[in-house]
Design a protein around this ligand. Structure first.
Ligand code: NAD
Length: 271
């Protein structure tokens, strides 16, 4: 039987923080790459130990990470991205792919600072830590089909990924980037409502959390429009429509829309 050989290449992280850790763990755990193919560097011993604990190679400097990687994920905070890329510039040879996850840093700036054209920009979100990220990617002019496939498979190891034009990235940040926080508030508020209606706190929080998870899974797996699912659970003069009436009076839909628009606007201001 013909066997396809695994696509093994070297993956480096410049910036060994939380997001780098989530991606590296997901990639190693899913078997997309063996941990020995992943490398990073950090001045703090505790961050080195975290990555070493699951087999990632620790190098002396970010320069060495770039020099010794085929794909480099820029995972420092956006404020230091320019300084770091200018320092890394000499190490970016043509065959390397730069992947930036730095929020709000545009492709044209990444190109200018790194002196490199082979770039993919990705916007992941924090549920990457539990394998449920919503990520969006856009391609630089010099990135290849193979680059696209490799990056898609890396980010599928931590959730789902979609392709979108860079012009959508501020809106993506406002929706999926900031969205987990909106939903945390919704879960907390549902639990508070449960407590107000007489439930013990632990049970209220557990039910609120599972209800949000279940509703999201229903939308995802049924393929039905959320409005159709809502209509299916609202019987005439029933309990759910009474609850929905309160949500509509409170302007829940408008609040959520405004939250996404405000976060997207703020992202534009910051970038
Ligand atoms: P973090 O602060 O946990 O990680 C950044 C790491 O970079 C830190 O460990 C820091 O010590 C290191 N660092 C700082 N200066 C450095 C330098 N000069 N050279 C090498 N390393 C350096 O941040 P994070 O939450 O992991 O975010 C990383 C990037 O991911 C950011 O650009 C952020 O915009 C982006 N991002 C984050 C999220 C999110 O939800 N957290 C979502 C999408 C994108």
């Amino acid at each position: 039987m013909a066997m396809t050989s695994p696509d093994v290449y070297k993956l480096g992280f410049v910036g060994a923080g939380n997001m780098a850790e989530s991606i590296a763990r997901g990639v190693a755990k899913s078997g997309v790459l063996p941990p020995a193919a992943i490398r990073t560097s950090h001045h703090r011993a505790d961050r080195q130990s975290v990555f070493q604990s699951f087999g990632v190679v620790i190098l002396e400097s970010s320069g060495q990470v770039v020099a010794d990687s085929d794909i480099v994920i820029l995972s420092v905070k956006p404020q230091v991205a320019k300084k770091v890329l200018l320092e890394m510039k000499p190490f970016f040879t043509d065959h390397k792919l730069l992947v930036s996850i730095a929020a709000g840093i545009k492709m044209k700036d990444l190109q200018e600072w790194s002196g490199h054209g082979r770039i993919i920009r990705v916007m992941p979100n924090t549920p990457s830590a539990v394998g449920e990220a919503a990520s969006v990617m856009c391609m630089g002019d010099m990135a290849t089909k193979k680059d696209e496939e490799r990056v898609a498979s890396l980010f599928k190891a931590i959730g789902k990924i979609w392709m979108a034009d860079e012009k959508y990235f501020d809106a993506v940040t406002g929706l999926s980037g900031s969205g987990p926080a909106y939903v945390y508030i919704a879960i907390e508020a549902l639990a508070d409502g449960g407590v107000a209606a007489g439930l013990p706190r632990d049970l209220a929080l557990a039910l609120a959390t599972q209800t949000v998870l279940g509703a999201a899974a229903m939308v995802n797996k049924s393929g039905k429009h959320p409005g159709e699912l809502k209509d299916a659970v609202t019987s005439p003069a029933g309990t759910t429509i009474a609850g929905i009436h309160e949500l509509e009076k409170g302007g829940l839909r408008g609040s959520l829309m405004s939250a996404v628009i405000a976060a997207a606007k703020r992202c534009r201001e910051l970038s």
